[in-house]
Design a binder for this molecule. Structure first.
Ligand code: SAM
Length: 220
């Protein structure tokens, strides 16, 4: 299934498929990897009270935040990543831990419902033409009261991506046009040093109503 993934083909750049991401992990070309849980995500996690909420980390990478969540007592964590090389290591690292599931797969094919979805350098790793699909998929995966929270770059990059940049204004429009309300979008004050003044922290939730009408013609 992963070999057939053709979601991410762009004539102007590399094909950002399972093979591409796997190669990055095999060659250790992982410049995005913080080597520790993201301070901004840690601060957000610390605001969560219920420990049994369903938490998803898509495009999880080395998932330092998952370790933080486990140490804090969270008991229903799902990680998904498309790189087999990475996921094999994660599955070994978290083997036997009943509080965490590691899935090798494509986020866009994931099924389920989550109370919290954590974003960090997953959105910016996708080709920009995937962005509407990203928001729609997030909407599908969020429970009615669920929240998508995390970091997004509020800047552009000189080199062709990934990462692909963007602006807070564009994200606000993108999210709201695709059924997610931006509850918060603020300059991030606790970014890691290389990302200082270039990220926003976002919180978004489902807009209930018009986006749920599957077949407007017959819903009079
Ligand atoms: C830039 S890395 C970020 C990793 C991690 N979030 C972090 O902050 O360290 C992007 C990650 O998304 C994964 N990825 C890319 N496309 C994906 C997809 N369609 N489904 C699941 N994971 C995907 C890649 O394998 C990679 O681990």
């Amino acid at each position: 299934m992963l070999e057939e993934l053709n979601c991410c083909v762009d004539m102007n750049g590399p094909t950002l498929d399972a093979h591409y991401w796997n190669s990055q992990y095999i060659s250790n070309t992982t410049g995005w990897d913080l080597g520790m849980p993201s301070p901004a995500l840690v601060a957000f996690i610390d605001t969560l009270e219920k420990k049994d909420i369903r938490i998803l980390i898509p495009g999880c990478g080395n998932a330092y935040e998952a370790e933080y969540l486990l140490e804090a007592g969270f008991s229903n964590i799902t990680l998904i990543d498309i790189s087999a090389e990475l996921v094999k290591k994660l599955q070994e690292r978290f083997a036997g831990n009943a509080n965490l599931t590691v899935i090798l797969g494509d986020f866009f094919e994931l099924k389920g419902q989550f109370d919290v979805i954590l974003e960090q350098t997953f959105f910016c790793a996708l080709q920009p033409f995937m962005r509407e699909h990203y928001v729609q998929k997030m909407r599908e995966l969020l429970d009615e009261n669920g929240i998508l929270a995390g970091l997004m770059f509020n800047r552009n990059f000189e080199k062709p991506g990934p990462p692909f940049g963007g602006s807070a204004n564009d994200y606000q429009k993108l999210f709201e046009a695709n059924g997610l309300e931006m509850v918060e979008i603020e300059n991030c004050l606790n970014s890691v040093a290389p990302r200082a003044n270039s990220e926003v922290f976002v919180k978004a939730k489902k807009i209930i109503g018009v986006f749920d009408v599957k077949n407007p013609c017959c819903n009079i």
